[in-house]
Design a binder for this molecule. Structure first.
Ligand code: NAP
Length: 254
């Protein structure tokens, strides 16, 4: 049982749907004051209402510096500071390199990588003021460990997050702030559910635990990294993928 989250001020970016919503739900259940951030205010508000308690909503594009600063200011105003930043917002359009418009590359790197940098930079003054500052990035197995057709930009952004993390954790250590990352495998989200049972069944068959993850699996890993109990862990990754990256061949899955 992790006991150190109640009353903490938490920002979760990309929290109106999918994994971010799962992270927000896990923190809210532990009594944290969660700021739900997404570009679409109505979705962020609906999520905050569903979470209840101390949750509130804010609309911001994490790729925009002014909006990132406004997000951090809103958390300080609503919740009295920022203890934990879960930088989770991300996009993953799927396009082969040959067909990819350079603007799509910029969108993915801008949201997933520049977005992490801007969120951390904007929250830094408040995180420094916390006695237990925590940054948890949502990366992916795609890029850091695996590749997938159509996701060259996405994989580059997700690997880039880890390069960013390894220097950020050293720079921020003197402020007692830890920076870690969760690397999800295939997690069931609203978007993935829409792909149908055949697709989900094929995906599950490639995973040793024979099932896709749920958003709370990522939320629980983020919760641990944000807890007091994880205070000596920084610059590290936790892969949450049901063993997906391990099989050498189909034979290993029989
Ligand atoms: P999702 O269901 O598509 O939700 C994305 C969330 O991010 C939404 O709340 C969206 O709301 C918000 N968002 C998108 N662009 C944003 C921006 N520029 N600024 C602020 N918010 C933004 O995505 P997901 O599948 O949960 O993925 C979440 C994270 O997990 C991503 O970083 C992704 O790379 C990572 N991940 C997912 C999986 C998976 O299996 N699902 C696997 C590995 C890693 P608005 O559109 O309203 O802004």
């Amino acid at each position: 049982m992790l006991t150190s989250i109640a009353g903490r001020s938490v920002i979760v970016t990309g929290a109106s749907k999918g994994i971010g919503k799962g992270i927000a739900r896990v923190f809210a259940k532990q009594g944290a004051k969660v700021l739900v951030v997404a570009r679409t205010l109505a979705d962020a508000e609906a999520c905050a209402e569903e979470l209840g308690g101390g949750a509130s909503a804010f609309a911001a594009d994490v790729a925009d510096w002014d909006q990132s600063q406004a997000m951090a200011a809103a958390a300080v105003e609503c919740n009295g500071g920022i203890d934990i930043l879960c930088a989770n917002a991300g996009v993953y359009p799927q396009t082969n390199i040959e067909d990819m418009d350079p603007a799509e590359w910029d969108l993915v790197l801008g949201t997933n990588l520049r977005g992490n940098f801007l969120s951390v930079k904007a929250c830094l003054p408040a995180l420094k003021a916390s006695d237990q500052g925590r940054v948890v990035l949502t990366s992916s197995i795609t890029g850091p460990v695996t590749g997938f057709p159509g996701w060259s930009h996405y994989g580059a952004s997700k690997s880039g997050q880890l390069g960013f993390m390894r220097t950020a954790c050293i720079e921020l250590a003197k402020h007692n702030i830890t920076v870690n990352a969760v690397l999800p495998g295939n997690i069931i989200t609203e978007g993935l559910e829409g792909l149908g049972d055949d697709y989900l069944g094929t995906m599950a068959a490639s995973i040793p635990l024979k099932k896709l993850g749920v958003v709370e699996d990522i939320g629980n890993a983020a919760l641990f990294l944000a807890s007091k109990e994880a205070n000596y862990i920084t610059g590290q990754t936790i892969i949450v993928d049901g063993g997906q990256i391990l099989p050498e061949s189909l034979e290993a899955l029989e």
